[in-house]
Design a protein around this ligand. Sequence first.
Ligand code: AMP
Length: 437
Amino acid sequence: MLFKDLGLSAELLRAIEKQGYDKATPIQEQAIPLVLEGKDVLAGAQTGTGKTAGFTLPVLQRLQNKYSEGDKRHPKVLVLTPTRELAAQVHESVRDYGAYLPFRSAVIFGGVSINPQKQKLIKGVDIVVATPGRLLDHVQQRSIDLSKIEILILDEADRMLDMGFIRDIQKILKVIPRQRQTLLFSATFSREIKTLASEFLQQPSEIQVTPENTAVELVSQIVYPVDKMRKRELLSHKIGEESWQQVLVFTRTKHGANKLAEQLGKDGITAAAIHGNKSQGARTKALANFKAGDVRVLVATDIAARGIDIDKLPHVVNFELPNVPEDYVHRIGRTARAGQQGHAISLVCVDELKLLRDIEKLLGKGIEKINLPGYDVDPSIKAEPIANGRGGGGRNNGGNRGNNSRGRGRAGAGAGNRGNGNGESRARSGGGNQRAR
Ligand code: AMP
């Protein structure tokens, strides 16, 4: 279906055209009319499906229908996201699609000074895109008034729950009006998500983009069995031999990301690492250099990579498989965005065979395995437990958690269940089942 048939204003259509789109994606086709009708929506859509425009466009349209330029400004729309990167990305979409409308927006996340955000809020904004922790700081410091929110969007709600943001979300929901429109987007529908939805949505319309339509189907996936000690060599070899110019590589840990970026540098391949222990400035710079093509390889941990949206990113490499099978889907969803063909490879050592089986189970199919000549697996190497496994070998990066913390000691903030306030909390509700990264 074409955007022009979806009942959007001339201003929005002009902005869409500027982005170079004319046809709506399946999630947009389904979500836009429902949101325009004012319905609550529970949407199952992975990243890469065009979900951001799926809620941003109709929400802007609703604002346009109701408000004119002369209105006193107060936040009317709140988008909550799990990570800073996703918040920044969504905010960029709000600005792009709202380019010809009079609304003002702000993005709010931790890890950067709070004061410029306060200045922005004081001037008055209509739309706020935020991560939960920093938003609550603003609520407590009374630099934001959420009492007139009309539309709430929970983006990547499953990830927010995974990251232990449930209490923060509940607190935020207490200070926004009950009478509102709520949209919940999630890649997966666990019992927890359904509970959240039944608590906070009113008779939601449910929509789902079937996996057949999602980006994942367009990604060619290959597993290269290889010994752990030879992964880096194989990666450098592939990058060189096939002349890959822009590669997003995933590691399980922050330390692993740093080490790999350093080693690739020594191999003469420009690389940067991006993870939660890096300052926001360093993260933004690494991403910008990677997008601009100045850095060939970006090595990322799962959380840092959420929300990274790079046009036509051709290669994603799982240097290590993720501990959680769903993360594999999120990772490879970074390529093959919006219908492009993508390429994902996984370097899998003997320790990771169980993780691979779990991933294949989730996908409902096997992934093609190719043994590369010269990289034969040594059968005498025995599998070792994965140090950072879920609930297994502990959280060896737990000691880093405080690094970015703002040390605010918020009373009753459930700090034990929050992370460092920069969108990298790790504890899962219920505790004892920590996901280390
Ligand atoms: P999302 O799932 O929201 O992260 O979007 C994935 C990518 O698809 C982004 O790069 C969008 O800019 C792009 N996109 C969104 N809508 C469309 C569309 N209708 N046609 C082509 N690309 C789109």
